[in-house]
Design a protein around this ligand. Structure first.
Ligand code: GTP
Ligand code: MG
Length: 397
């Protein structure tokens, strides 16, 4: 299974530019709203320090690529159309886009931190990016609320004939959000509510919708257009605002990432996605050099262009995934393609989960696993750390 990251936000914040920079695709970008209409799916990458050098192996990735000891593990990236206020009621391009979001595991909310686009993506000045952060959360919450209320209705009318528990009806109604009865029940209890919707008021409905949204649509904010002084000023102010402290905000410039990747393709700079600096190596005009030096000031100041960092924050910090390499304990000599694969699994995954992830037959025949670094046997229940190298011993190899 590969994970999917959704790029969301109001029109003209730079979603497509971000998408193109991350995937090196060519989706139209434009300074007008709704440049993108259909969601576009591409392959982006997250970086993992490759384990192969520790084993004096070479690495031949089956997917993605490896560059000087860094594995670039593929992830799906979806460029969604812009959301405007009232999308849950069908405004702008409406509900379809909310539905597209359900196909994703985690969201990167691209926000125009420069404040030069209004709520609908039209040019303006001094727009407060906080309004956009609030708006997107509110829009998603309203959408969840609508579906939640349908679930309550379903419970009240005994829609499917049975005497289902409330969490059962809600989980069924909200199944597209990838939630389940246990999670719904946990959320209800965590808000100190009864397991009886007759005891809930409108505020309780809203809180429930919000809490379920938070759990099922975890989010990173990409503070985009940080190459502009306006965005830098807004960023400094917002990361200091206690009301926004709980958010994960990554400063980013999709423009800078794209410029550096283009320059790297032309052989003008030595730059790999996510690097915090670059070297100019080709012949450049004075003008080009000046442009690159401006970008350098930005990337060295913020620790990269932020595009790669936002994707990695989404998968490793927000979704808490770990990367696991299937290995071979006795120093195997490559025939098995020891460092072909690198899988992303939820944190807390055990050796046995990993076996099932490889193949259900391997899981069914699971005997034990071997931690290839220590060459020690590990049991079915041992949890795997990030960058584990594990061999599975199964009766069904
Ligand atoms: N300064 C600056 N401008 C950017 C950056 N990223 C995007 N832009 C500009 O912002 C405008 C909108 O970019 P798009 O990528 O088309 O925005 P979008 O969010 O996909 O817009 P819709 O498809 O209409 O929803 C374009 O003029 C881009 O050149 C950035 O990092 N810095
Ligand atoms: Mg777009």
């Amino acid at each position: 299974m590969s994970y999917s990251i959704g790029l969301v936000g109001k029109p003209s914040v730079g979603k497509s530019t971000f998408f193109n920079a991350a995937t090196m695709n060519d989706v139209p970008e434009g300074a007008y709203p709704f440049t993108t209409i259909d969601p576009t799916v591409g392959e982006a990458y997250v970086r993992v320090d490759c384990a192969a050098p520790e084993f004096e192996e070479t690495c031949t990735p089956s997917v993605g690529f490896c560059e000087e000891g860094t594995r670039y593990v593929p992830t799906k990236l979806v460029d969604v159309a812009g959301l405007i206020p009232g999308a849950h009621e069908g405004n702008g391009l409406g509900n379809q886009f909310l539905t597209d979001l359900n196909e994703t595991d985690v969201l990167v909310h691209v926000v125009d931190f420069s404040g030069t686009t209004d709520a609908e993506g039209e040019p303006t000045e001094d727009h407060d990016p906080r309004e956009d952060i609030d708006f997107l959360e509110r829009e998603l919450d309203m959408w969840y609320l609508e579906v939640l209320e349908k679930g309550i209705e379903r419970y009240r009318t005994g829609y499917d004939g049975g005497e289902d528990a409330i969490e059962e009806d809600l989980a069924e109604q909200m199944s597209a959000f990838r939630t389940n009865e246990d999670e719904i029940k946990q959320v209800i209890l965590s808000l100190d509510l009864e397991l009886d919707p007759d005891e809930w008021d409108e505020t309780d409905h809203e809180e429930l919708a919000r809490e379920i949204r938070k759990r099922t649509k975890p989010m990173v904010i990409a503070a985009n257009k940080m190459d502009t002084p306006e965005a830098q000023a807004n960023y400094a102010e917002i990361v200091d605002d206690p009301d926004y402290e709980h958010l994960t905000i990554v400063p980013a410039s999709a423009h800078a990432e794209k410029a550096l990747k283009n320059a790297a393709e032309q052989g003008v700079v030595d730059y790999d996605a996510g690097d915090e600096d670059f070297a100019i190596e080709g012949d450049v005009s004075a003008e080009q050099e000046q442009g690159l030096e401006q970008i350098r000031e930005f990337v060295t100041g913020y620790g990269g262009t932020g595009v790669q960092q936002a994707l990695e924050t989404a998968l490793f910090d927000v979704l808490d995934l770990v990367a696991v390499f299937p290995g071979s304990a006795n120093g195997s000599k490559s025939e098995k393609g020891v460092f072909r694969d690198c899988f992303l699994l939820p944190e807390g995954s055990t050796a046995e989960d990993f076996a099932y992830h490889l193949h259900s037959d391997i899981g069914d025949g699971f005997l034990h696993a071997i931690d290839c670094r220590s060459e020690r046997q590990i049991g079915a229940d041992s949890e795997l750390d990030h960058r584990s190298v594990v061999e599975i011993v199964s009766t069904n190899q």
